[in-house]
Design a protein around this ligand. Sequence first.
Ligand code: JFZ
Length: 478
Amino acid sequence: MRTIVKGMIAAGMLFSTTLHAQEKKKVALQYGAHQFGKRTDEAMEHWRSDRFGQFIHWGLYAIPGGVWNGKTYNYAAEFLKSSAKVPTATWDSLMYQFNPTQFDAKAWAKMAKQMGAKYMTITTKHHEGFCLWPSSYTSFNVGNTPYKKDILKQLVEAYNAEGIDVHFYYSVLDWHHPDWRYDIKNADDSIAFRRYLDFAYNQLKELATNYPTVKCFWFDGTWDNSIKKNGWWTWEVEKMLKQVRPGVIVNSRLRADDFGARHKDSNGDLMGDYESGYERRLPDPVKDIQVTNWDWEACMTIPENQWGYHREWNLSYTKTPLELVEMIVHTTSMGGNFLLNFGPQGNGVIRKEEQAIASTIGDWMKVNSEVIYNCDYAGWKKQDWGYFTKNKATGKVYMVVFNVPISGILKVQAPDDKTRISKTYLLTNSSQQLAIKETTKNQFNIYLPAQSFKEPFVIVLETTENGKGGKQYQDAKT
Ligand code: JFZ
């Protein structure tokens, strides 16, 4: 009996695999992916060549900084309204305290420039609903605070003046707006939420129209059922933004399809222009290599999970500058962008701890940024000493070394028979070539000079593509 059942199960599995293979036919979607594979236009090439950006979370939550009525909340500071259960009217009245007299957009932009960021993503409106620009569609905006002035405009001007692109983060989820709904349970919800969607659509059109140099929209807060049931709206928004600002880039976190599938549609195709699901984690450089097939961006906090300013810097482990440098390199090596977050204080100043970290990252970038900007997945097998990146313009392959083996030997494996290494040297000293030996077919030892390295360093590999592969030694018969 048992065997028969097992046999039936096995037959059933076989049957369902065949069915599955046939089912590969795609379902028809109105609001699914509208383009397949990476975008190849100039705006997207530019986005992709940037590789390193600065994220800024700034809003009313910066004023209490994770502390409410004398109590410190460990949860993300931008969620304090929710974790301390602050009534909406009380939270919203923080706007009358918003007066960042020490805010200096130019100083922020200079800091970002020195750090090596090529773009900056600013929270125009986070979940609390407060707008950093004087929106015509709500009075809950910076224009009605004691500070009065348009924060967004100052940031766009200052960053653009430093040659840094500005991207707009926008939370669709809105704790302030009375028409926001988490789900649509009846006709009233449906009517109210439709008003909300019109409001958000108008705000986004306003942002795209009034700040013409915006290069990208970074959506958030789209995970609730209300949005999943209104996938059409996410596509309407994407279309509208691209119509108002041709070339503008939209992240995958905006989108839901006809059936509520998010990021990837019901056929498994990426919606939006790049994948934005890597949050506070990075893909595995060996197991997750499929990410090199699409554009993606990872966003990262310096503490464990604080995006907005929290008064207590040491609530959790804070990453060191070199750990962050390694993340920038790791991300570049897998063809992604890295967005590093900062949470300015309520008075408009970026805390000294974050300034110090940015400055150390910048010192490393100053010497080594050639291995980041306009670089991509190199196609070489990951090794324990660090990461490969490849410059798209020059074809140079870089070995970014984080771990020096005691042997002083770095192993590399050419990706194919054609690729030969013609020259190997340190990025900081191109006149000193490093010894290299082919040990077996397409595998090489590179010999480090006898010196100690205090920082992650770079070895340049110049390659030719007309080789015929190395010697094939006889494989053992076993
Ligand atoms: C969201 C926000 O709630 C948070 O405050 C911050 O702005 C961050 C950048 O985005 O948080 C998320 C969003 C998505 C995931 C996790 C946290 N996710 O996909 O795992």
